[in-house]
Design a protein around this ligand. Structure first.
Ligand code: BDP
Length: 718
């Protein structure tokens, strides 16, 4: 027995890896730097650190630097109090720090901004991290650790950063029963039942992860809201989370169900102009701020997909939003009012409805209301042209809503790096104030001089050990934070940083993984919805292809409404001759979108119904091009499989196998999308599958028969 035990110990010590790479650490892996040149060079001169000053955030910084420096540099680091420490961190008005700062550095440093610089003297390298507020100092600390993790040369480092957007927020579509709408990584990370007394370590690690990428806010609950979260018992729980997140600079927000005064307030109306209703909200908001003095405010989905709202009482979205904004104003809170609305009666093109509803309301919202607009006018489809509301509300802060969780982009079985998609939208030119009026200038407030700005991402976190289900889905959380901080960064740079921090700094790893990531979104668009097609997914769960579905309770929930395939061709005519959705864009943009010949082909079928034999840029007919795109998407996934295989020696077994299996699933799913879609569209085009395109493996009837009653992420009532 004794022998057996010691044999096991030996096995455990020498054969099992020191710590399994579960992915739990995310990009905050502080494993010893492998580059000995760096370690023996100036990094070796980092012997001590001193975080000057005190606050809960300062303590967080000390812990992070102890863990980070000890792990990365391979020796124990404890906080020191020496003003000669190799790394000094502190607010810019601390005398120990101030002596190293110039006037111009001080003027350039804004709220939440930071400065990281080398203050080398003689032969010894020393470094300084400073900011005007503690959270800026925390951001600077994470930046410094990132420089180490990514093996950058620190010798003459001098980085001054300020965030470009004020509210950088995650939206959790999490329910109080711990299910997560459109969540593919297990249950909600909020354990409401055990809160407020049980404070899971995950909450802290969640806050660390967000702070490390500059996120400063979170909405804990689903936009399809449950009013119970506003009751005293739940507010205690919310307070517990808010208290934990505060040192990390993260403010808590909640979704507010418009009918809460009826459901939990005992009133018989939620009319925003009724004084009992306004009083109820005022009292409720007061109660919330007694629990959470820095509460951020409300996110509201109203009169959309069955949610209650002001229109139930004949009032406008502005009247509803302003009522809540007035209640929040004395405490500095804001309302994020969603523009994701489409009427159940309205026969108009769904893509036009949000603009039609909100554009006339520009100027009628209170200053503490932001209108939250999805990147595209339909619904987080694999690719959408930018939403026409960007640029169309100069007097109302319009904030961006991206979806990090991959509801329509492969859920948790596909590697799809979303930063290139977000960049395509942010970099798009609205032309509203002439050339260069990009969406990112709307979002960062510079185009219309907004007094408050925001960018939201629908979170992809869950209870899975690696947080996001697919190991590469972590990159989307990471990239969202980085782009929220500064929408002008490139998707490639963000990918490279993430790869270095999450995997390793080997050039082969970086080259292979960044290539896979950078091509993955275009590939997924090709094998799901090429050339501007959209909304072709399975009903309810949105998993897999179902372009044939035509019989749902509303026409604009069916794929056939969107692709309009017939004997002539395919695509939704939104040109002047069709729904005229093009007219919602500035004339320069509308002109291009309106023309079949000028429009970029990626948006062709979004705006036009095009004949099967229409000649594409490649010289192929539309039908052949469609088939080629589907095949191209599949081929890219196969290439991704090879690229992953090529880095096997550089990746730990655990994550290697996990991604390998997921890529096998992705390849099958890509082929399935191609085969099901082409078999279906062929019933209209009546043209052969071109050479070099693999013919569908099964019959159309087979694809139509597939059912997925337990696909994840679906709301039980859908
Ligand atoms: C759709 C989702 C649905 C959400 C809705 C929204 O399918 O679950 O409730 O968006 O954003 O994409 O409100």
């Amino acid at each position: 027995m004794k022998y057996l035990f010691s044999t096991f110990l030996l096995f455990a010590l020498f054969i099992l890896p020191a710590s399994a790479e579960t992915g739990y650490e995310l990009w905050l892996r502080y494993h010893k730097i492998q580059n000995t040149e760096l370690l023996n060079g100036y990094l070796g001169q980092i012997k001590s650190f001193n975080v000057v000053g005190s606050s809960a955030t300062h303590d967080v910084i000390r812990n992070e630097l102890s863990a980070g420096l000890s792990g990365l540099l391979g020796q124990t680091f404890e906080p020191s109090t020496s003003s000669k420490a190799s790394l000094l961190a502190g607010l810019s008005d601390e005398p120990t720090i101030a002596q190293y700062l110039s006037e111009s550095e001080l003027t350039q440093l804004g709220k939440e901004g930071y400065l990281v610089k080398a203050i080398s003297q003689k032969e010894s390298s020393r470094f300084l991290i400073t900011a005007k507020d503690p959270v800026g100092l925390l951001y600077g600390t994470f930046h410094f650790l990132k420089l180490l993790q990514t093996n950058q040369n620190l010798a003459s480092i001098n980085i001054l950063e300020n965030p470009k957007v004020d509210i950088r927020i995650l939206n959790h579509w999490d329910n109080l029963d711990r299910t997560s709408e459109r969540g593919y990584a297990g249950f909600s990370i909020w354990n409401w039942h055990k809160l407020p007394d049980y404070l899971d370590q995950r909450y802290i690690d969640y806050a660390r992860a967000n702070a490390s990428i500059g996120l400063n806010a979170t909405v804990l609950t689903n936009v399809n809201a449950n009013a119970l979260v506003l009751t005293p018992a739940y507010l205690e729980k919310v307070k517990a989370l808010a208290d934990l997140f505060r040192p990390y600079g993260i403010k808590v927000y909640l979704t507010a169900r418009f009918s809460a005064p009826i459901e939990i307030g005992g009133l018989d109306t939620a009319d925003p102009l009724n004084s009992d209703v306004t009083n109820w909200w005022e009292e409720k908001v007061k109660e919330i701020y007694e629990h959470i003095p820095d509460f951020g405010g409300f996110l509201v989905k109203a009169n959309s997909e069955g949610q209650p709202g002001p229109q139930n009482y004949g009032r406008s979205h502005a009247e509803g939003a302003n009522m809540m904004a007035d209640a929040l104003k004395p405490f500095g809170g804001v309302v994020m009012w969603r523009a994701f609305v489409y009427s159940s009666e309205e026969p108009d093109d769904r893509a036009k409805q949000a603009y039609s509803e909100f554009n006339p309301l520009d100027g009628s919202f209170r200053p503490n209301v932001l209108v939250q607009v999805k990147n595209g006018a339909i619904d987080f489809q694999p690719r959408e042209p930018f939403h026409p509301l960007f640029g169309a509300m100069p007097k109302t802060p319009v904030m961006m809503e991206f979806q990090i969780t991959q509801e329509y982009l492969g859920q948790a079985t596909q590697l799809v790096y979303l930063a290139p998609m977000w960049k395509e939208c942010l970099d798009a030119d609205t032309y509203v104030n002439g050339q260069g009026s990009t969406v990112s200038k709307v979002v960062d407030g510079s185009l219309h001089d907004y007094s408050i700005t925001g960018i939201a991402g629908v979170a992809n976190t869950g209870t899975d050990i690696n947080w996001t289900g697919h190991p590469f889905a972590q990159a989307n959380w990471y990239a969202f934070g980085r782009l929220a901080w500064n929408p002008d960064q490139t998707a490639q740079q963000i990918a490279e940083d993430w790869i270095r921090m999450t995997f390793n700094n080997h050039p082969k790893t970086i080259a292979a993984l960044s290539d896979m990531m950078m091509n993955s979104w275009e590939a997924s668009v090709n094998y799901m919805t090429p050339l501007g097609l959209h909304h072709l997914m399975g009903t309810g769960h949105h998993y897999g292809p179902a372009p044939w579905v035509s019989n749902l309770s509303r026409a604009d929930w069916t794929p056939v409404y969107y692709h309009k395939a017939d004997a002539f061709g395919v695509g939704f005519d939104r040109s002047e001759n069709g729904s005229n959705a093009v007219s919602q864009y500035a004339p320069e943009v509308a002109k291009i979108f309106n023309s079949k010949d000028e429009i970029p082909e990626k948006f062709l079928l979004w705006f036009h119904h095009v004949g099967w034999d229409f000649e594409m840029n490649s010289g192929r007919t539309l039908w052949n091009e469609l088939a080629f795109r589907y095949q191209d998407g599949v081929n890219t996934v196969r290439k991704m499989q090879e690229q992953w295989q090529s880095v096997q020696p550089k990746i730990d077994d655990e994550r290697f196998k996990s991604v390998q299996m997921l890529l096998t699933i992705q390849e099958k799913e890509a082929v399935w999308w191609k085969d099901a879609s082409l078999s279906y569209f062929q019933t209209f085009s009546k043209r052969p599958i071109p050479d070099k395109v693999e013919p569908p493996k099964r019959s159309l009837e087979y694809y139509q028969s597939l059912k997925f009653p337990f696909a994840p992420g679906i709301r039980p009532s859908w």
